[in-house]
Design a binder for this molecule. Structure first.
Ligand SMILES: [Ca+2]
Ligand SMILES: [Ca+2]
Ligand SMILES: [Ca+2]
Length: 124
């Protein structure tokens, strides 16, 4: 929602229209309208992360199951746009989920455009 702020500059009165962040989550109201989050609730999906943090971290502020990783791993914006997957050299590895060292399930394709080191071990 836009607000009207009266200003007095060098003796001249002016009215400036600015966009407001009504709930203080870091997203102005038009941005919230664009992504579908609630401009009156800083945590639209109730997952404990405010809408601004989720939007800037490339998670969905309207889905409680899509949230930043506890370890703070960076999630890239290209996470849902990956193509050309396959098992041949030069192809993008197919996506899969695995546990990180903190016991949280992470999704490989969330780290697109980044180098990921996978360490495997077997014991018997
Ligand atoms: Ca807001
Ligand atoms: Ca909000
Ligand atoms: Ca949230």
């Amino acid at each position: 929602m836009a607000g009207l702020i009266p200003l007095l500059l060098y003796g001249c009165a002016a009215v400036v229209e600015i966009d407001q962040d009504a709930d203080g989550d870091g997203l102005i109201d038009p941005e919230e309208a664009e992504i579908g989050s609630d401009p009156g609730d800083p945590d639209s999906d109730g997952d404990g992360f405010d809408d601004g943090t989720e939007a800037s971290g490339n998670t969905d502020p309207t889905s409680a199951t899509d949230k930043p990783y506890i370890a703070g791993w960076p999630i890239d914006a290209c996470r849902w746009d990956i193509g050309g997957e396959g098992g041949d050299i030069g192809m993008v590895a197919p996506g899969f989920d695995l546990l990180d060292q903190h016991g949280e399930t992470v999704r490989l394709h969330d780290f697109c455009n980044q180098v990921v080191q996978l360490v495997f071990a077997a014991f018997w």
